[in-house]
Write a protein that binds this ligand. Structure first.
Ligand code: COA
Ligand code: AMP
Length: 638
């Protein structure tokens, strides 16, 4: 019998009491005067008056409490063929030394530090070192181009950047340093210091006066026994800024608090994921995404687990058994990845032959998030792995799951296609477009969360308070608009079906079609364009761009298409996976000039569609249908 119903009811009856009790799991330097202040901030604020430190709770506390010799961080890198392990005591030495290096460079409480790193343990140490100082880190995913890094540098204005000479993407060495240098050149907010981790596979040149060699400076600090104390910060102090895609090209700097975040993560570790301190918890994601922040770095460490930093892919490093090898070798009990990774594995190993080769007996559950888990993926993995497979839904903004299946409270029946039930803290309401709650179960609507939001959910956007209010709270007063559409069934299970904005989800990566359109539109030959996300069997969605050429352009459209593909890769990055650019004579529009992207998407996905009443010229949709039809099998992919 699951205790979920009772626990959710307890939260509903007394949310403040519920989170006050959960907060007892955290070490506070000073407890809160008020567990929740409804008057503060845009929708209230958690743990007002409290003082705490994220690094203290993630590392120091465990060393003091007897976990010094227990593993904290395991770096498993098929990319380099090496595995490196750090105990909590060793992690403390690394983090303390790096923090002292940063402090010597003038980094202190409230200063920003950009982290642009591949999947190496130093990325996690860098995050923790910032948290130790009360500095605000902003991790930028390695698959973004230097232009994107520059935009984030200019917004965050970091005092320092921590980066590496290179990353390894499958068999490709991605040189980070030239991308970093180019980004710093482009940006107006130049950092004083860059700490660069030299990697054996491809070391880089350092810029004298600006760049420090990570191993040298941290090594020297460690040898000298240098460390820093954990700086007490207010519970509401920003721990990090994580940029995510919105409807425009300017990314949103999601701000995370400190005290509420710790409280919520700790609660989820035992109650949602069912993890116990001392076990090995593995989220096969990237530190550049929110999953990486919450469940590679902070969550497992707050809970006293060992976490795995995996520098590899689900397939190809070297085969479709890579994940199962890691689970078996390190005794992973809780495993978390994206559905797209499972689809990639299933494609190469449909019968699950690799699964049979490894001892996966310690793994109790598989958690999937980042995009909707299609029922086929759930069925296949449950069948092959023989453990509960839990789809759970959340966003960069929330920092932890909104819905799921709380394995730690006793697993609930799994409904493939649903991302589970609301976790305590979240009251989910499906609203119609006029903002009225939808009474009939299983009816598609706008999925919203009734205010106030629970601890850890973003209190703001960096430098963008008006955007915060208008993007999330203006459309449905009293609710947080998730920008996801879906439905709630008669048992309270939530089904998240699609975004209501211009965000698409490609291989579990959140991308803005608006940002891609800005890039296409900047090409001198392009008069107008539209980018939509089309269904993709492996990646969930993939972007498709349609462009109209300016009059008089003589360059062949196929060449322009190639240039556009390159332009998106250069300006946004390889992660955009933009490979399809299709020339069209005109775009379908309403009489008021709005491009009918929704209808184009339905056509591309082969879904039933109706001629929009407000269409300017109905014939255009026929033209679009023909072009999509011709290119469905990749004909015009550049
Ligand atoms: N640094 C540099 N480049 C990166 C990168 C990184 N950290 N991550 C991805 N890229 C590149 C890839 O190499 C690829 O480049 P290419 O066009 O030269 O081949 C491009 O970005 C697109 O990457 P992706 O969409 O991930 O495709 P893929 O074919 O390399 O891999 C999957 C497909 C399904 C195996 C992979 O997307 C995956 O494991 N996804 C899981 C995502 C995830 O964990 N999301 C977090 C939410 S939980
Ligand atoms: P991100 O902020 O990158 O984590 O992306 C958040 C978005 O990814 C959500 O708004 C959803 O559109 C989508 N998403 C994440 N997890 C799920 C899930 N389990 N089911 C459906 N959609 C999901």
């Amino acid at each position: 019998m699951s205790r979920y119903g009772q626990v959710y009811a307890d939260w509903q009856a007394d949310p403040v009491g519920f989170w006050g009790k959960a907060a007892q799991e955290i070490d506070w330097f000073r407890p809160a005067d008020k567990v929740f202040d409804p008057q503060a901030g845009v929708w209230g604020r958690w743990f007002e008056g409290a003082l705490c430190n994220l690094c203290h709770n993630a590392i120091d506390r465990h060393v003091a409490d007897g976990r010094a010799d227990q593993l904290a961080v395991i770096h498993d890198s098929p990319a380099t063929g090496k595995t490196t392990k750090f105990t909590y005591a060793e992690a403390l030495a690394e983090v303390g030394a790096l923090a002292s290096v940063l402090r010597a460079q003038g980094v202190g409480k409230g200063d920003r530090v950009v982290i642009y790193m591949p999947m190496v343990p130093e990325a996690v140490f860098a995050m923790l070192a910032c948290a130790r100082l009360g500095a605000i880190h902003s991790v930028v995913f390695g698959g973004f181009a230097s232009k994107q890094l520059a935009v984030r540098i200019d917004d965050a204005k970091p005092k320092a950047i921590i980066s590496a000479s290179c990353g390894i993407e499958g068999k490709r060495v991605v040189q980070y340093k030239p991308l970093l240098d180019e980004a710093v050149d482009m940006s107006t907010a130049k950092p004083q210091t860059c700490v660069i981790l030299q990697r054996e596979v491809h070391p880089c040149e350092l810029i004298p006066g600006r760049d420090l060699d990570y191993a040298q400076v941290v090594g020297a600090a460690k040898a000298a026994g240098q460390t820093t104390e954990c700086v007490p910060v207010e519970a509401s102090h920003p721990s990090y800024i994580l940029y995510t895609s919105g409807t425009t090209g300017q990314p949103k700097g999601v701000v995370r608090d400190t005290g509420g975040y710790m409280t919520a993560l700790k609660w989820t570790m035992s109650n949602h994921y069912g993890a116990n301190p001392g076990e090995v918890f593995w989220a096969a994601s990237d530190v550049g995404w929110v999953v990486g922040h919450s469940y590679i770095c902070y969550g497992p460490l707050l809970h006293g687990c060992a976490t795995i930093v995996y520098e590899g892919k689900p397939v190809g490093t070297p085969d479709a058994g890579a994940f199962w090898r890691v689970v078996a070798e390190h005794g992973v009990t809780t495993f978390f990845t994206a559905p797209t990774a499972i689809r990639a594995i299933r494609k190469e190993d449909p019968e699950g032959e690799f699964i049979k080769k490894y001892d996966l007996s310690k793994m109790r559950a598989l958690f999937l998030a980042g995009e909707r888990s299609d029922p086929a993926t759930i069925h296949w993995s449950q069948d092959k792995l023989g453990v509960p497979v839990v789809d759970h839904w959340w966003q960069t903004e929330t920092g932890w799951p909104i819905t799921g299946n709380p394995v730690g409270l006793g697993v609930l029946p799994i409904k493939p296609g649903s991302s589970g039930v609301p976790l305590p803290g979240y009251e989910i309401v499906a609203l119609d477009d006029e903002g009225h709650p939808i009474a009939t179960p299983n009816t598609l609507g706008n999925i919203t969360i009734k205010l106030p939001l629970p601890p850890g959910v973003f209190p703001g956007l960096w430098n963008a308070e008006e955007r915060y209010k208008s993007a999330y709270f203006a459309e449905f007063p009293g609710y947080y608009a998730t920008s996801d559409a879906g439905m709630v069934d008669q048992d309270g299970y939530v089904f998240i079906m699609a975004r209501t904005d211009d965000v698409i989800n490609v291989a579990g990566h959140r991308l803005s079609t608006g940002a891609m359109e800005e890039v296409l539109a900047s090409h001198p030959a392009v008069a107008e364009c539209a980018v939509i996300g089309v269904q993709d069997a492996l990646k969930g969605q993939s972007p498709a761009g349609f462009f109209v050429l300016n009059n008089g352009v003589t360059t062949p459209p196929a060449q322009i298409a190639e240039e556009l593909v390159k332009l998106v890769r250069d300006r946004i990055g390889p992660v955009a996976a933009f490979r399809m650019a299709l020339p069209v004579n005109r775009l379908p529009k309403t009489r008021s000039g709005k491009v009918l992207r929704g209808t184009m998407q339905k056509i591309a996905d082969g879904l039933p569609w109706e001629m929009p009443a407000a269409i300017d010229d109905p014939a255009v949709l026929g033209e679009i249908e023909e072009i999509i039809g011709k290119n469905r099998d990749g004909g015009a992919k550049a």
